[in-house]
Design a protein around this ligand. Structure first.
Ligand code: HEM
Length: 589
């Protein structure tokens, strides 16, 4: 990591040379903090000084874990999207001009429709391989967003977003927002009845933005909805602008992974200062190359056997029609759900209408997920006061509050997804739509609280169980009867490696606010901030399960020693504990 070099100044030098700060203007002084922040995470300072980091180190070591392939799935499905999308552009006509359909799909012949819809029908029925490529493109898009989300979850639950990766995490959150937007635009291009209704909903949401909403939509559409510019403008965004931005951000994302190094899961021999794994070349290049074909193969297989978006069944878009039981693609499901379950909150002030019932789910709901992801590392850092670099991942149980927050957020997401299908659920299970909506309105508050508490208890329970294993060994399943008639289960020692993994993490304590004044009695800066942070940090770390200390181990060993001599009850833990003790010495921070 680039660190500013320390320079010793000779005392005879003039004051301005001794303190370069004094020569800086106010702008440079203001920028010094952010520049240092960026340099710590990207090495940008070194680059501007001509020290280019070696990003072409083909022997760079990457750690090995299946969950590190999730980001790769996102990458490869994006490549498949670019290739299949390029094929589709050859035939798709981005125009809302009305024509009479005369292609080979008999049921729609003679119908008036936009050129966009007609050309999609042509790709489907008249272009060789067209339907397959359309389905590859659609399944690829679904997988792209899904793999991004699961990849983000892996990074969240293991704390991979912590310093120095906050910037790369924020880039990831932006990619998620762009991926969802890109998917939605592509889905809307064919101008069929299903996607047309979705576009109408999103335009309604944009119109609900207080004060500027209606100006934004009429600027984008060149007039009233739907106009005849909608498809060409969405097309430009979908095939040019957004993919280009995604491509650029993916490149930066990957460069930063190289520069910051990849994190690794804790284990014997792994530390904050090393990376244990295989070299990029030849091992990872071969693995990654193979994996590209596997991901591509799976997408093609899905496209070949599972039908997706059969838009010839829906017919062309007509603002006066809507089909029942229609749902958007899965990654818009939570927005649809939020729109369906929110109460009718509307203000009428003078001649204006403020539709919070549309704005909150439609607009805030769209940006909420990437935004919450983007700011989380900074919030957590503020609460924990932890400014260290982290290259060894957290085991989710060792960060019970973070894990519980993540699961609680997922439960909200689940409630919203179910809300998006409330009509289908009502029909399939013969339930009242209103009852489902009311139940979901309650669950959206109750479920995250319940899942938070349960997850936290599970994490703490797992920590305790792990402590038990270190102190007393693993259950052997062998029940022994003593001469006096008592039964006990003997325990077998755990391996050094396991003991290390269980105990290597840092034990955090709530940050206590410092004294109000410094040694000279002058009021210290930042005390208000420290006091404000106190309840949060206490809450965050207050109930953490203390990890096994050397004293605990010695006591357990002593206890087991006695057991061995006095009762011969089959506990042979002492040797294992000694091993663990040795490891713990290196594992303690
Ligand atoms: C276009 C979408 C994306 C692509 C192609 C992509 C690709 C990758 C790849 C290949 C890796 C290395 C392997 C791995 O750790 O899985 C990675 C790491 C990472 N990604 Fe992504 N990613 C994308 C989106 C995201 C999102 C949505 C987030 C989070 C909001 C994110 C955050 C991160 C972080 C923090 C790392 C570093 C992980 C570590 O070192 O442990 N990425 N990404």
């Amino acid at each position: 990591m680039a660190k500013p070099a320390k320079t010793e100044q000779a005392p005879s030098q003039p004051a301005s040379v001794q303190r370069p700060d004094a020569q800086r203007g106010p702008v440079m002084k203001f920028l010094a903090g952010p520049a240092k922040w960026a340099d710590d995470r990207t090495g940008i300072g070194g680059i501007t000084a001509g020290r280019i980091p070696n990003l072409f180190n083909l022997r760079k070591v990457f750690p090995d874990h299946w969950s590190f392939m999730l980001g790769e799935i996102a990458l490869y499905s994006f490549i498949i999207l670019l290739l299949s999308g390029a094929f589709l552009t050859l035939w798709f006509v981005p125009s809302m001009g009305e024509i009479e359909y005369d292609g080979s799909y008999q049921l729609l012949r003679g119908l008036q429709m936009s050129e966009a819809y007609a050309s999609t029908l042509d790709i489907t029925f008249d272009v060789r391989g067209g339907l397959l490529v359309r389905q590859i493109h659609h399944w690829g898009a679904l997988l792209f967003v899904a793999s991004m989300m699961i990849h983000a979850m892996r990074n969240f639950f293991t704390g991979a977003f912590r310093k120095p990766r906050e910037l790369n995490w924020a880039i990831g959150a932006t990619l998620l927002l762009l991926g969802m937007t890109e998917g939605f635009l592509g889905y809307s291009l064919p101008d069929d009845l299903l996607s047309g209704v979705g576009v109408r909903i999103i335009f309604g949401a944009v119109q609900s933005i207080p004060l500027i909403g209606s100006y934004l939509t009429s600027w984008f559409l060149g007039g009233a909805y739907p106009g005849d510019l909608l498809v060409p403008r969405m097309y430009m965004l979908h095939i040019l602008l957004i993919p280009a931005v995604i491509l650029a951000l993916v490149a930066v994302h990957l460069i930063l992974i190289f520069y910051n190094k990849h994190t690794q899961f804790p284990g014997q021999g792994r530390s904050e200062k090393n990376v244990v794994g295989y070299p990029f070349f030849p091992v990872y290049t071969a693995k990654a190359g193979g994996f590209l074909f596997i991901v591509g193969g799976v997408i093609v297989l899905m496209a070949a056997v599972f039908q997706i978006n059969p838009l010839w069944v829906y017919g062309p878009y007509n603002p006066a029609e809507v089909s029942a039981g229609s749902q958007p693609d899965w990654y818009i499901g939570h927005i649809e759900g939020a729109l369906r379950i929110i109460p009718n909150w509307e203000w009428h002030i003078g001649s204006t209408t403020w539709s919070w019932n549309i704005f909150i789910p439609g607009i805030l709901g769209f940006v909420a997920l990437p935004l919450a992801l983007g700011v989380y590392p900074f919030l957590e850092k503020w609460v924990t006061g932890d400014d260290r670099e982290h290259h060894v991942l957290d085991r989710p149980r060792n960060a019970p509050n973070r894990t519980a927050i993540g699961v609680a957020a997922l439960s909200v997401y689940l409630v919203l997804m179910v809300g998006g299908a409330n009509d289908v659920i009502a029909t399939a299970f013969h339930l009242s739509l209103n009852s489902i909506t009311i139940a979901l309105r309650v669950l959206i508050f109750a479920l995250p609280i319940a899942t938070f508490i349960i997850t936290k208890r599970i994490c703490i329970g797992l920590q305790r169980a792990a402590n038990e294993r270190v102190l007393h060994g693993a259950e052997s399943g062998v029940i022994t009867r003593s001469p006096s008639g008592g039964y006990s289960e003997s325990e077998k020692p755990i391996t050094q490696g396991e003991a290390y993994t269980i105990t290597q993490h840092r034990q955090y304590k709530p940050v206590e606010p410092g004294p109000e004044t410094d040694d000279s009695g002058v009021r210290r800066k930042g005390t208000t901030k420290e006091r404000a942070r106190r309840p949060f940090t206490k809450w965050y770390f207050g109930q953490d399960e203390p990890k096994v200390s050397r004293e605990d181990l010695a006591e357990a060993a002593h206890h087991h020693g006695h057991d061995d001599h006095d009762e011969e009850n089959g506990h042979h833990q002492v040797e294992g504990d000694h091993d663990a003790d040795r490891e713990l010495t290196t594992g303690h921070h």
